[in-house]
Design a protein. Sequence first.
Length: 367
Amino acid sequence: MLLMLAQWLSQDVRGFGVINYITLRTVLAAMTALIISFIAGPSVIRWLAAKKIGQAVRQDGPQTHLVKSGTPTMGGVLILISIGVTTLLWGDLTNRYVWVVLIVTLGYGGIGWYDDWKKVVYRDPKGLASRWKYFWQSVLGLAVAVYLAFSSTVPAQMQLIVPFFKTVSYPLGAIGFVILTYLVIVGSSNAVNLTDGLDGLAIMPVVLVGASLGLFAYATGNAVYSKYLFLPHIPGAGELAIFCAAMAGAGLAFLWFNAHPAQVFMGDVGALALGGALGTIAVIVRQEIVLAIMGGIFVVEALSVMVQVGWFKYTKKKYGQGRRILLMAPLHHHFEKKGWVETQVVIRFWIITMLLCLVGLSTMKLR
């Protein structure tokens, strides 16, 4: 909105033309989202507490988590409001990629909201049945995948780009692209959700990975930089830097309230939405493999659950009694069971994510 206003005003006052620069709007978007979340945060937390929208804690989890029962959840609403308002203010509303990412974010946020609502109303930590959650995630993920596949304008949009190599890419075709896009969006959404189990554990990696993807988006959307860095040039992708900056700003402000001991939890409304947004951005800028590298913590957390469940079912069928590889899944709970305190797990996972993001960013030049 403000971009359109600035473009109109620049016809008479040339100084407003500076708003056209993506770099300036990216900085302003981060600051705007940060300020909105900081200002609205206390009011949202008080409202959630007044409505008794508190977290239900698993009885089979670490005993140290029992004190968290009743802590306001669904705080992801604060993040989504900040991102939505900021993107509408500073983003180019004629850019289709902006709307695609917004729709995925709010759509997955809606699924998460209903899941959290069931947990709160019925005091059931399981929430919405997994089959129904997966079904609606799949519907939205496939719809976006099909739209992106049939609206592509350059050949690079239908290729799988291999990092660290200048010219190595694999043509996917429409069907391959749809399958890959579906897996990336739905997979990243669930991976972030599985990671969101400790105070501040998920939101900081989301901020780091989101900010890194913002750099890829800016470079990919710029014809000069993309050519210099041997990245695919996707016209219009640069506007996603605005969204990434808003996500980073809103996430940092949320961390202020989510740091241990947390005043509010993100809930599925935030985790599913942010994960879906990261996956969608990675698909648009053609950096699916880089997303897996930078979001390595999310990948490992998801794999830990898959391996644990698969091994338990296999051993139960073969031996009559299920066995576990980890003390508890997801992986962060395993380390808690091993004796790590919550803050140790969180900060060490943050450090790993920082290193992985640096590795991911290095692929921009190491080609």
